[in-house]
Design a protein around this ligand. Structure first.
Ligand code: MG
Length: 283
């Protein structure tokens, strides 16, 4: 449990996190950051140990966000995240891996941010790890996957059900790492009392659908217990990939927020994946 500085005093957070190699893989290439103001999951790729190094690098570079942002002016939080993601991109791009492969990593998560005195979740996404928000009992995926199957879904070429079994479902279209820097997507979502944020790697969402995830989030009040339970259920469902879950619960003193959702200043509102598919994007 922790409290934010300045305008974030009215928000108290509790969180839990769990990660597992899964039932089939020998390495866990997922990494996470949990607390006290920043919560991220990174899912590395690249062969041998390069994926582990890539995801660990991204999380290390983002770690200063956990201590709080020094400048709470409007838009400052997104600028800080952008600056750190650019640094992480450079470091991940420099990782040496086996010939024909490149090291890369997804990044998804939230930073608790102040926008003109109002506490917001600054949601950040690159790749196909996901950030969800459960508010008033409804689970919503806030991030939009940067993946080939998401593009096919949006083009009406496959159904949501088909995305779960499509042979190219692991191919991401944006990530930190190889090639030109990919733009992250940003959303500002006002914090409401009782919000529960879920950040996870595709090892969770590849095994459990949104209804199964929502049921656990509703049934298990404690954040750590809920994270542990989601990992257990994903393992029981097959555990074909590394599984990482971060859960953040918010309590606010001010009651219901009526502030609107905002796009982050200076960032692209268009969230559709658009970059070239990454070579070797299997995870
Ligand atoms: Mg994965």
């Amino acid at each position: 449990m922790d409290q934010g500085p300045g305008g974030l005093d009215a928000v108290a957070l509790r969180w839990g996190a769990a990660t597992h190699t899964g039932a089939r893989r020998t390495l866990n290439e997922d990494r996470f950051l949990a607390g006290s103001l920043a919560f991220f999951v990174a899912d590395g790729m690249g062969g041998h140990e390069a994926g582990e190094v890539a995801s660990a690098t991204a999380i290390e570079v983002l770690a200063p966000l956990a201590a709080g942002l020094t400048d709470a002016r409007d838009g400052a939080a997104a600028a800080d995240v952008e600056r750190l993601l650019a640094a992480a991109h450079d470091q991940v791009s420099a990782i040496v891996t086996v010939p024909g492969r490149e090291a890369g990593t997804t990044v998804s998560g939230v930073v608790l941010a102040d926008q003109g005195g109002v506490p917001y979740w600054l949601v950040v996404n690159l790749g196909d790890s996901r950030t969800y928000l459960m508010a008033s009992g409804d689970l919503e995926q806030v991030s939009v996957d940067h993946s080939e199957v998401q593009e096919l879904l949006e083009a009406g070429m496959i159904t949501a059900l088909e995305t779960r079994t499509h042979p190219r479902r692991h191919v991401v279209t944006r990530a930190l790492g190889p090639g030109a820097p990919s733009r992250a997507d940003y959303w500002f979502v006002p914090v409401s009392d009782g919000d529960r944020v879920l950040v996870c790697s595709d090892g969770l969402t590849g095994e459990l659908d949104d209804d199964q995830i929502a049921r656990v989030l509703l049934e298990v009040p404690d954040a750590q217990a809920a994270a542990d339970r989601l990992v257990r259920e994903a393992l029981a469902a097959g555990g074909r990939d590394n599984i990482t879950v971060v859960i953040v619960d918010a309590a606010t003193q001010g009651g219901e927020q009526t502030a609107p959702r905002l796009p982050a200043a200076g960032t692209d509102e268009d969230t559709r994946p658009r970059d070239e598919a990454l070579a070797g994007g299997e995870r």
